[in-house]
Write a protein that binds this ligand. Sequence first.
Ligand code: NAD
Ligand code: DAU
Length: 352
Amino acid sequence: MKRRILITGGAGFIGSHVVRLFVTKYPDYLVVNLDKLTYAGNLANLKDVELAPNYRFEKGDICDGETVNGIFEKYDIDGVIHLAAESHVDRSIKEPLTFARTNVMGTLTLLEAAKHRWSGNYDGKLFYHISTDEVYGALPFDGSMFTEETKYAPHSPYSASKASSDHFVRAYHNTYGMPVIVTNCSNNYGPYQFPEKLIPLFINNIRNRRPLPVYGRGKNVRDWLYVEDHARAIDTIFHNGKAAETYNIGGFNEWRNIDLIKVIIRCADRIMGNPEGFSEELITYVTDREGHDLRYAIDASKLRDELGWQPSLQFEEGIEKTVRWYLDNQQWLDNITSGDYEKYYEEMYLKR
Ligand code: NAD
Ligand code: DAU
């Protein structure tokens, strides 16, 4: 095999798109997916590639040094794309320790394993860490954007843990000379996102005629990127990015939550054959998220100018595809709500 890549968190939302892209686009790469299968991991996300000859799944915890060292050795890993993390801001407010453990200690455990296995021979090696725009803090409504030079100012336990892991990754370059790349991306949307996050949660609630809980007054702004565009950016950066660099990834696509929610409602109502505005009555303003960041906006021009990447989908097209996907794949959503998705590993992998 030409490359032997470890993708962590490949059973999650973004990870599953990255695994699919690498397995199908690079048949001469071995793609090893290490995932603990927390509540957010769902192997059904990878049904279409699970039997590919260049794909391996390893169930394990990135915080477990023995497991991680064993995987580096077993597959002679030469590249890491690290996505495994606790990713939901609301959960981080309730259980910050879990976020510190996985996001900080897990990343450090992977870095140690890479350092040990590669033992100073870094030719052809890369540790690529996937991070978030939330490490930069929050912006006012004044049109300014996060660039790669923006100072870190994380506000939530989630973003603090991601910021810490970003610093550790860079420290391994500065201290040990390990080739690393960090990318900071804005909000992703698309198929296979766990329905605790705004867009799949709201689509699921619209189809079940449940309330749509809008935090505060819905004025917060996020920059949305279709998940397959993020996966393409990761592919571009993994192959052509410069070691020790940081790249921002974003959609140049800012929306106030309430406006975005109305777009989703219009789209879902149209597809389900409801009269226009039918589901707007489900909008329910609820207590705001603690420390809710006002606005994120990513300036992704470095990535565009240096590596030629840009988002391929217009937002209207991306939202249409996304709403249709969740409505066409209601069983996927229902398996999560019922908890049945957790049986997939046992039923499809262990019995083979
Ligand atoms: P997700 O929650 O959907 O998936 C996370 C995956 O990591 C799951 O499959 C889970 O089982 C796995 N995992 C969690 N803890 C683990 C552990 N200890 N060991 C091994 N596996 C473990 O997350 P996502 O939304 O796909 O995000 C993936 C990465 O991208 C994260 O690092 C996140 O910080 C980053 N990111 C996400 C977004 C977004 O909008 N979703 C935007 C920018 C960056
Ligand atoms: O910016 C990148 C980040 O985007 C990633 O690093 C995170 O992993 C990812 O979860 C996402 O974080 P957000 O907090 O922005 O995503 P979420 O879908 O939870 O919320 C989007 C916005 O919608 C946010 O302003 C909070 C609001 N919201 C969210 C939920 C779940 C609501 O108003 N109601 C809700 O029920």
